[in-house]
Design a protein around this ligand. Structure first.
Ligand code: MG
Length: 159
């Protein structure tokens, strides 16, 4: 098969006074993601999409949150490792599309830097990485600012 598609979804709860890291970019905000790693919900969704495309399980299987090795880890390091797994199996990343759902703060000013950092970690051009952001109109846990969710789809191409 020349193409494989993958889907990823992740959620983290928000806590006061924690760092908020999305797409490898630290964003000034009074709340951040509660997590074992840096809590980068967007990069986690992308990792899951990449793993899912080759039916390799999920991020929790490869990088257990019980392991001290991954405590506070920069999720872009995890993304690099996932892309290495994909490449070992003879595939390369065609493109990535993703959406973050978060009520506040406005993410648009940070989107292009997120795309650059994700593209850099994944070894692809920035044009191959799309990051979008939406509010949920104050509905649900994202809208109530209790948490953040992200979804991603990827296309892998046989190299
Ligand atoms: Mg996660």
């Amino acid at each position: 098969m020349d193409f494989r598609i993958g889907h990823g979804y992740d959620v983290h709860a928000l806590g006061e006074g924690l760092r908020l890291v999305l797409g490898g970019v630290e964003i000034p905000h009074e709340k951040g993601c509660i997590a074992h790693s840096d809590g980068d919900v967007l990069v986690h969704a992308i990792c899951d999409a990449l793993l899912g495309a080759l039916a390799l399980g999920d991020i929790g299987k490869h990088f257990p949150d019980t392991s001290a090795e991954f405590k506070g880890i920069d999720s872009l390091i995890l993304l690099r490792r996932v892309v290495a797994l994909i490449e070992e199996r003879g595939y390369k990343v065609g493109n990535v599309d993703s959406t973050i759902a978060m009520q506040r703060p406005k993410l648009r000013p940070h989107i292009d830097l997120m795309r650059e950092r994700i593209a850099n970690a994944a070894g692809v051009a920035v044009e191959q990485v799309s990051v979008k952001a939406t509010t949920t109109e104050h509905l649900g846990f994202e809208g109530e600012e209790k948490g953040v969710s992200a979804t991603a789809v990827v296309l892998l191409v046989k190299s």
